[in-house]
Unconditional design. Structure first.
Lengths: 298, 298, 298, 298, 298, 298
């Protein structure tokens, strides 16, 4: 089971301008083959389908707890896309064509299918697919896959970072480069424990340190790259048997934290009248409020 | 953010025989257009993308908290599929063709891609797709969609129930018919509050009461159909403004419960040597155990 | 614009037994790459997008009028699938598993997504796709495509005929082999008129006469292979400039008929209670009847 | 069966300039999940697969007759896209790059796959899919789906209207907002008759009247929003039992018209030499004309 | 079996400027339904699956040998795309957004998934699919398909030629128009031999001679349009029984050449540091060089 | 460029019985995500798109030469599928339903779309997709991917081996387990040379030696697991700098062979009259033979 907390993993800056094509590119990090939907669902299904959960508990605990963190990453990328999109169009009667700024943007689904918010699809509008989930059940092969997947995801994040300097996108990618880096190392360590091969010596892949990215350096300075959270109040404690010793790149002490980061408020996305979202007039709102307050339903 | 609890929503019976084609049919309830992956991701994205979360907090809280429950439903269906598959093949050297029972089964991905476990795909092996997510941002339209989606999902559950009497599948579907019924009514009530139209009078769709299904009747007798859980320790409390009054079908008192059901142990899936899952020999296990216990990594 | 007539192109025999796998195979002729959905939509889009409709009116008229016939072919294959499926399951309370016969059938969508009726997909359950529409706008190339498409469609029909002897499937395929043969020749003649090359000399492709198929021979004996219908009360008369002379295979006189064949009654598909279709109880029916008869709505 | 009339439902204005990206956006209304291909095919398959056509004739008649109207809507959107595209490129020898204006446009299929005409795909070039057809066979559920589908389609139309002021696109969308509105209400009324719930009170969804759209207001002024056509010379007359009483938004008298609207001429799409469409030289045309006029074929 | 030669079929000019949208359009000729991936894989599978290879050896030899040439065409289009993309972005630290030029380009996969190189997808980023392979096994039908496929491919090449004057794209398309023309005629001749119908009289389709394209005229002047290569040292010699006589358009003598064209050097694609490709630092390179030179592995 | 040799890599046994469902399962090894189409196209595109081919020549040579071997693997799996399918149906007039054995088989495309031959799709009939190609351009990441891909492919081969004991399937898989093993080690060695990490110590993945598979043991006894072929007459010689030293599993001496294995005859697939393949009657054959022998075409 999962429970939900009404917080975002980190605080995102207030967006000061819209950049719909940056938002379209960032979609790759959400719904692309190497996006957060993919890391989430790979680990979700691998943990559900894990054979010998008890005997191999530290490995199960690792995959299971990272899954929960990935849900928050999906949330974070989604929110960043929403903030990058905000303000692309303007209010006005339909006949003045208030959404004309949408017609030349790369991802028209943002304007027609959603109210200028994020979609479970990639930078070309292709929907995320269950095809992206790999789960052989063989422990070494699945860990190897996850290690590869995280390195691929890191590469895509680095490239999208280089494609846009929108402050919201940058902040989000900076943070995720660091947290993704934790997952790269965690799977490398798991592989080492299972096979005896020192996979961490390959890192980083690609060969560019996170601290070359200003927005990531900040989070590394705060030690985020050395902490693994269980994202559970009580469970998954045996990740400690994997996440231990020192960080292979900066030598700092690794640390497991039971639970989640403190989190930050979720930005309130305001109404965008020209999209009819949420599409509730003042009068309707008053009616709704009355019905909500009745003690026994309608 | 989300956190994870190492429990299943309910206890599933021990599987006493394998039925791979039943498992294949049950996949529709997991990765089909109306499967749990769809309800999960619809509400996940709708809650992330919700415009005017504060002003319309009860509705946001409703979608957000049901999302967390759906994660547990995905887990439950996945586990049921795993249990239905267990035992289809037998152990043995490759040359005695130990997986020959797989070759005529409907879903060969179960045998080649996974270690006889579940996939994010449907009853024909088609992968779940982000295309199945609807999120217009318009409150009425999204609620109407969710109401329709839950009625469609209920129909599919009823039909798969009629297609197989495998005890694990039956138990799982019985429970989900009841919990899905809660969501049907919750969205109906939300629609009523927003529009004033008494949508619950349409129910049930299809017109067959849950209590015609033995495996569901049990859960209704326990009152599961009258309880909405917040699936959050502290948040989403305003679902109380929607989930209130009486149950439209049996007239019982509706109740909101902060948090989750008690849950039950997750079945341990045993190794299936002929699939190489997890593929760890006794000697390797001893080596791994040693490495896990070292204090500072490798 | 199109208008509709509540008739089927021919009468289908009453189905005396169910064969769900035959129905699944027949789906290829409906929603496969060479199925009736493909011929329909190719000609639909080609006729809408036709450049120089006036100057090249006979060719436009040909494509436009065949489009309307194809709508009836989609109807006919759909109906045949429905009849082949009827009776696969039996009535009964859900707990007696009344749809257990569905769980081992090849196409489970027939049992879960529909009420044992047809889908716009192929023999493997893959949905029909707009990718199957070809429309270059170049007259010779589009005619060449259509000629190829009809020959491919004929091949598929011949093979499905050989795979099942279900009387409903046979009757339908027999008729469509003949009508499809008319379209093969029509496009061959159009190509001849445009390019001067005597394409009809290639026929039949594959090299097996329709009269080797008992179910088709009957329709040829009635002359269906020599008649082209305009499927329009007044329009598309210039097909006469293409459909003229003699039949290249039997030398009979070709004939254009303004309008449609006489048609036959559409079979009434009975309720299948275990699928909840249509899912209207006797009491509900009485209520509905009352509301239908009120003079001014509700 | 269907028959065809060589007319468009309404007259579209002559296009005075090309806007290929507007055309690309309009594709969503043709081949998108909520486009006219979807409404058409949902009703086509629902009417073919309808169980108890006789007992529930008014509902069957409703779905069946709207299907025929949707064919004309597909035609109308297709034609509008064609007109918006016309003139994007210019004539000239290949070496002067006469189609260079195509290379930066959003939908390159318009320039490579077609002769600057419409495709059965959406605003991102994704092909229409049979996945978009819903047909459970359960009457209430199918009507609920159709009601939702029409509301979703209306939302998309409203947004595309706001994205482009191209006169052809506007005229087409204005008309379809009105006709789509008829279908919204028709399905709402059908739902009311079956379930007793007054669904029309939810309307309009989204909450913005058609008369806020100049191009739609014109058609409402002419009463198009109060008329349901049978699109059949003789059949489907029992829609009168559903389409009766007053219009829920303006109170006007509802009316069923046997047959179709008068219609208007289909615009002749001229040759576009740089696309080789239709690609017939003057000399070839003379040869063709001769062959067409021979009395007995070639 | 196949062997490889480290050469390109022709020399491509050095690219003097980047045009990422031209590269995006050219992708249609690589991974589109009528791109080189399609011709390659159609002939690959048709030759593998050919029934009666011995009895119908000349036809088998034709399909088999063209397959090998198509591999080189895939290589050529891929290389051209790479050259068109080169230089779109610039070197620099991630924080200066060195890939910002990528964010507004049509195909963002070029920038995120690859290191500004080609993908097996089309001009809208849609991946090539095995659906594009046709292989009925019926000789006439497969030849007819191939003839149609090559005509369609020619049409697409002509249109992309008209969309961009990038020198690399032009050179590549010019050559392929000529070689594709050889395949059109080869399949036409094969059809003639099998059916007796003089299909070459339809040519060219579309009706515009290759010599209207400067970049193609050059290759025709060198006689490339009259030569069929076996692309095999010893095998497939019976293509001579098909590729014989005179060229249907210019009357020149046809010629079969055992083996391949001379070929030209493959351009060396330089490192693009901002994409981390190949991502090997100078120090790493020295280490690698040492390991490569050790005599017995590591 | 590539050239073709009319031989198969090894001799396959004569098929003594048909097993269409075994053939359907084997399709996963051809057109599945981890099938030979995937290894082929990954290396094809990686070699075409390789940055710094000269500086990193041994790695380019490795990927380029394996590509050519993979073409032969695609051929081998295709041929094995064809042999497993042969004999499923029987000859006879259409009315005796000669292909009735096809209607219950898992993959109906084998019977309708092809003449009982192989398709570029997987064990569920899903077509191979360009989505399966990974090509980041980063050398370490691409090698890591290839290493993972080959391990995944090995897992799938092992499982299909366990699912069927059809002699043709077994022979083919035995050989490919050995050759795939070579590629696993080759990419492991390449990774070691680039990163210094001894990846071969992870092997085998899954942890079961090839010699546990009788059909593979034979090939290992012949030393196939120690030889890397360049599949080129002259090029790609620098693979010697990677493929050197001893085999990590059996300690044997590794060897690079310029060129290809000797190869074996390609089985002649006989006509299957009931599929109309090749569909040439005796009389037609005589006509064709005459036309083929004319000295100057038709």
């Amino acid at each position: 089971m999962f429970t939900r907390i009404n917080k975002l993993q980190i605080e995102l800056p207030k967006s000061t301008y819209a950049d719909a094509n940056a938002a379209a590119a960032v979609q790759e990090l959400l719904g692309g083959k190497f996006g957060e939907m993919s890391t989430l669902n790979n680990y979700l299904f691998q943990s559900f389908n894990f054979r010998e959960k008890k005997k191999l508990k530290p490995f199960y605990d690792l995959v299971a707890s990272i899954t929960a963190e990935e849900l928050g990453h999906v949330e974070l990328v989604t929110t960043a896309i929403n903030l990058c999109l905000t303000g692309t169009t303007h209010e006005g009667a339909p006949d003045i064509t208030p959404m004309q700024n949408g017609v030349d943007q790369r991802n028209t689904y943002h304007f027609i299918a959603t109210a200028q918010t994020a979609l479970p699809g990639d930078s070309m509008g292709k929907s995320w697919s269950g095809d992206y989930v790999f789960n052989s059940g063989n422990l070494v092969l699945d860990l190897l896959h996850n290690f590869f997947l995280e390195c691929g995801a890191r590469t895509h994040k680095m490239r999208v970072y280089e494609m846009t300097d929108h402050p919201v996108a940058r902040e989000m990618i900076g943070y995720l480069l660091v947290r993704g880096g934790v997952h790269v190392i965690a799977y490398a360590k798991a592989l080492q424990i299972v096979t005896g091969v020192d996979v961490t010596k390959m890192l980083p892949i690609p060969n560019l340190s996170n601290d070359k990215f200003d927005a990531a350096k900040k989070y590394e300075a705060q030690g985020w790259h050395r902490r693994l959270y269980t994202f559970s109040e009580h469970d998954y404690q045996d990740v400690k048997q994997i996440w231990k010793g020192t960080h292979p790149l900066d030598g700092g002490q690794l640390e497991v934290i039971q639970g989640t980061p403190a989190g930050a408020p979720i930005p309130n996305l305001e109404a965008v009248e020209e999209t009819f979202a949420p599409g509730i007039s003042y009068e309707e709102f008053l009616e709704i409020a009355k019905r909500l307050q009745k003690s026994a339903g309608l």
